[in-house]
Ligand binder design. Structure first.
Ligand code: IDP
Ligand code: MG
Length: 167
């Protein structure tokens, strides 16, 4: 069954210059990239993304982590991969959440670490299931930023909108 999945290369992945390596690993899946962008992550987006973890003791740490506060890289690379069993394939390649428990050859096993303050710096985010993938993709991307029609959308006419354009 074709699925979409949100992938984030987290700030530690960018700081360690792992973008190429991670994308090469993901290309083993033969999935299609249908959206991609660099994002400076506002706190509200970070909190919404990780809202299922808001009662965890490490919540504030992972908000800072995904915003790049720990790595002097205040951005993530966000992508949507699409194709057969996309979530399972990408989660398998990513490996377990705890990089010390992740298989050594997985992305997290190869490149992740646990900081002295206990944050799992695991270089990549992969949506965990289909409903989370849909929630996350809608949070990170608008319909116009994805080159296939994943979910129903509507047209909004906004005459009074202000937007940025090239001068
Ligand atoms: P996932 O990224 O494998 O889906 P989640 O449980 O959704 O795992 O956790 C989100 C992120 O929060 C993880 O990728 C990791 O960076 C961090 N994290 C999760 N559990 C822990 C923990 O027990 N200690 C420290 N950091 C954690
Ligand atoms: Mg998760």
């Amino acid at each position: 069954m074709n699925q979409a999945v949100l992938i984030l290369i987290k700030p530690d992945g960018l700081k360690k210059s792992l973008t190429g390596n991670i994308l090469t690993r993901l290309s083993e899946t033969k999935l299609e990239i249908v959206a991609a962008k660099i994002v400076r992550v506002p706190r509200e987006l970070a909190e919404e993304h990780y809202k299922h973890l808001k009662d965890k003791p490490f919540f504030n740490d992972i908000i800072q982590y995904i915003q790049g506060e720990l790595h002097d890289r205040k951005k993530v690379l966000a992508l949507v991969y699409w194709g057969k069993d996309a979530i399972k394939k990408c989660r398998e390649l990513a490996g377990a959440t705890n990089p010390e428990e992740a298989e050594a050859t997985s992305i997290r096993g190869s490149y992740g670490r646990i900081t002295t303050s206990g944050v799992y710096e695991n270089v990549i985010h992969v949506s965990s299931d289909e409903s989370e993938a849909q929630r996350e993709i809608k949070l990170w991307f608008g319909p116009d930023e994805i080159i296939v029609e994943l979910y129903p959308y509507k047209k909004i006419v906004c005459k009074e909108c202000t937007r940025t354009a090239w001068a």
